[in-house]
Ligand binder design. Sequence first.
Ligand code: 5AD
Ligand code: SF4
Length: 458
Amino acid sequence: MNFNSETLRGLRPLAGTGRQLYIETYGCQMNANDSEVVLSILQQEGYRYTEQLAQADVILVNTCSVRDNAEQRVLGRIHEFKPHKQRKPALLIGIIGCMAERLKEELVAREPLVDLVAGPDAYRDLPRLLQEASAGDRAVNVLLSREETYAEIAPVRLDKNGVSGFISIMRGCNNMCAYCVVPYTRGTERSRDPQSILAESQSLFEAGYREVTLLGQNVNSYRWHAAASEVDFPTLLARVAEISPLLRVRFSTSHPKDLNDEVLHTMARYPNLCRAIHLPAQSGSTRMLELMNRKYTREWYLNRIAAIRRILPDCALSTDLITGFCTETPEDHQQTLSLMREVGYEFAFMFKYSERPHTKAARHFADDVPERVKTERLSEIINLQNELSLQSNRRDVGRKFEVLIEGVSKRREDQLFGRTSQNKVVVFDRNDHHAGEYVTVEITDCSSATLMGQVIGS
Ligand code: 5AD
Ligand code: SF4
């Protein structure tokens, strides 16, 4: 296994002496973590990471396909690389990740600037693909795998703070939500060997990290079958939590249909399992949920929320919501607003429905909610969420929280920021505190996005 702190030290991003590699990442946290895996693979081959686009010998763009605007942004970005290619004809440009998987050979055929296309399960092949591309061939590998989890590869951490790191515990998705392209771009669901997850968590802790986030499209269906035993998600969570009470553990994303009470009871047993659950509802209307193939109703979802409130009374809740999915009526939209009020989310990611080719919705339903209506509904739910976030933050004023410090505040040099267990950002005076330290902060003020406070103990 490849995860002792020696190797972590050896694999600093700027190590290596060979060709310079620049990586740009779009999309979700899984993608950010995949870029770290890619860097690890290429660093072993002598590539050297650079943050300067102008110095790059190889540019890789790790892409997202979840909405059309994410893809358009990448296509626009590729054209901005043109002057670099003109200046340095040997420069290689590669598109990796979900868009590479979705568009395959079409990407190299359509975009003359693109030399290489690699899907999310083809990263071990990148050294060979880059060689092929150097020889002047267009290199493409978009094979999906049933087994690949990059289990033994120690990601080279690109996060800047050295306090919180992401660990992928599974890949792919079997859920087939009608709107979603992910099962097509990331393939079928597979779980990663728990030993490698524990080794990676342990090595991060030893390297000074104080928080890990376990990542997967649907972490609650994590399951590893070994000869004598089986490890499910609650068991995995408990084992990671036991590494140290000083290591905070988060996870994302949970599918409401798979979030059982056992996970909640496990969280209740370990204070370092953070009190925040991201539980994407997508819609508050049972009719919409059925059309989306989410496999739960509004009532089922609210029952899960009630279980969280009962078992973890101090748990924060966040969600993903889509407005304007096929046939969504004003009543369906009202149901989403009322669900938001009923749950009182701390935070939400909110999107307009974007039709994705080949999905069930694209094949069977008309994208019939006008763009103008989608936009109106989106701004309505955003406004409501801002109110709910503000209300939730106001309830915290006067309370005390344990905060893990992540770094210097973006706005003011003399202030630090960190997070509560509930995943809320807190800003406070720097004094002689530093990143990676736990402090007790009393909340004195807030906006809808941030808590402000005063350190009262460390
Ligand atoms: N259109 C809009 N939003 C989408 N999401 C997934 N697919 C689409 C789509 N086609 C959103 C869902 C998901 C989040 C990651 O992105 O809310 O939870
Ligand atoms: Fe898409 Fe559903 Fe998988 Fe999430 S769980 S990635 S929404 S198919």
